[in-house]
Design a binder for this molecule. Structure first.
Ligand SMILES: Nc1ncnc2c1ncn2[C@@H]1O[C@H](COP(=O)(O)OP(=O)(O)OP(=O)(O)O)[C@@H](O)[C@H]1O
Ligand SMILES: [Mg+2]
Length: 268
């Protein structure tokens, strides 16, 4: 959290994330169908598309939550396809889930500490014996967690039970949990779902600040005003396939995109 890295320098101009011909099948259903795109360090990339297009599945593949059926993915120049979720997280990929996945019975602070602890090294015996390393890491994780809560604007809620705070604050907490580990890439799945339109502007600003601090962002969101105002570029999925990619202006004028959304609306 404390380091503001120059994201673009860190990768020598190569994309931070490169997804190549990635496919995911669930039985007979091809949820993600040979999708390729890349995300440059420091950029905000949005993934949009009608319900069921494969957006969350794509995030589940990038984060290692599901194995790929085929294809490849590299992060910072190294292949990550096939790695388990914790190994991908260790390399600096954090994510939020579409439905809030907070530990709702724990405090806000504890949730943020969990986010940081994804990256600490204490082994089980360290924890049991309370070695100096564990104590140091505990102190450090509290500090980092507080910093993340301050960043997300929810420090006053630190001691509250996470499930009892307002919906909008829970969405901010999901972001705090994700950034507590100082990730290089953050995958945000519908960060403003259920948030009022006035609050959406504040969230947009928070996401912009994340990018300025060196967190590269991949964002799935249905609220088009947020996406259009925030994204450097947009990938459009429909029935698992990439049907368009470009700037917000290019994508919103693309006949295939308009057709996909109108078609989806008429079947809704
Ligand atoms: N674990 C799973 N098992 C079987 N099918 C799945 C699984 N996860 C997703 N799917 C299917 O894959 C397709 C893509 O789903 P996904 O959740 O990725 O869509 P989405 O673009 O995120 O949609 P939404 O905008 O509604 O969140 C859907 O048809 C969905 O039913
Ligand atoms: Mg989804």
């Amino acid at each position: 959290m404390s380091t503001t890295r120059s994201a673009a320098e860190a990768t020598n101009g190569a994309p931070l994330l490169d997804v190549r011909d990635v496919t995911k099948r669930f039985g007979g259903l091809v949820a993600v169908d040979s999708v390729s795109f890349s995300v440059d360090a420091g950029h905000i990339k949005a993934i949009i598309g009608p319900n069921g297009a494969g957006k969350s599945t794509l995030f589940n593949l990038i984060s290692g939550f599901y194995p790929l059926t085929s294809g490849s993915m590299s992060f910072d120049g190294e292949e990550i396809a096939g790695l388990p979720m914790h190994a991908i997280a260790r390399r600096g990929v954090a994510r939020t889930f579409q439905t809030t996945s907070l530990f709702s019975h724990l405090t806000v602070l504890d949730n943020a500490m969990m986010g940081y602890r994804m990256h600490t090294k204490s082994a089980l015996f360290d924890v049991l014996l309370r070695t100096p390393r564990t104590r140091r890491e505990e102190r450090e994780s509290r500090e980092r967690a507080f910093e993340a809560l301050r960043f997300a604007g929810i420090e006053p809620f630190a001691d509250r039970v996470a499930g009892s705070i307002p919906q909008e604050a829970q969405k901010r907490l999901a972001i705090a949990v994700a950034v507590a580990s100082d990730p290089r890439l953050v995958l945000l799945d519908e960060p403003v779902a259920g948030v009022t339109s006035e609050e959406t502007d504040a969230h947009a600003e928070l996401i912009r600040t994340m990018a300025r601090r060196g967190h590269t962002i991949c964002l799935v969101e249905h609220k088009m005003n947020l996406v259009m105002g925030l994204a450097d570029s947009i990938v459009v999925l429909h029935h698992g396939r990439k049907i368009a990619e470009g700037t917000p202006a290019q994508v919103s004028a693309d006949p295939a995109v308009i057709e996909a959304y109108l078609g989806a609306a008429s079947h809704a």
